[in-house]
Design a binder for this molecule. Sequence first.
Ligand SMILES: C[S@@+](CC[C@H](N)C(=O)[O-])C[C@H]1O[C@@H](n2cnc3c(N)ncnc32)[C@H](O)[C@@H]1O
Length: 157
Amino acid sequence: MFSNKHRSRAICGDVFDIPDTKADLVYLDPPYAPPSDDNDYIKRYHFLEGLSVYWRGLTIMEETTTKKLKKQFTPFAYKRTIEDALLRTFEHFEHAGAIVLSYSSNAIPDAARIVDLLGKVKPSVEIIAIDHKYSLGTHPAASRRDVREYVFVGRNA
Ligand SMILES: C[S@@+](CC[C@H](N)C(=O)[O-])C[C@H]1O[C@@H](n2cnc3c(N)ncnc32)[C@H](O)[C@@H]1O
């Protein structure tokens, strides 16, 4: 963290409730919707998720050793709802100068479909792909450790 001498504001809530959508650049880092259902973001990162709001408004599962958080529904976590959630997010920020999205090849939908969806609101979509090997929390032999991390950049021209 560093100071850029400007005032900043942090809010926590549903992305679709953000009222100010005309930023120069909107950066989106949603959970990756898994092809199977064993990759819930909150299940793995519950500590950081709780810490970010000092656990206010969250339900801790007291019976768990690591004090996990009760699952909250998000349309970004399921293969049946992710495409609609991404499209609605892009539409929500369509008046921003640029929309930048982080996503993974180990998730649904694939890069070509994301280009289609982002292309509905931003005519120029660039993909930056970086090979990545996950080293935390997954079995060493699991093939899903080798993935491509994508950054999609949607612009008006
Ligand atoms: C991959 S994490 C982001 C991590 C963050 N960029 C960082 O570096 O710490 C995805 C985040 O999206 C949040 N999220 C899921 N559904 C959401 C929604 N409908 N509106 C806003 N945030 C949501 C999750 O709670 C989680 O914090």
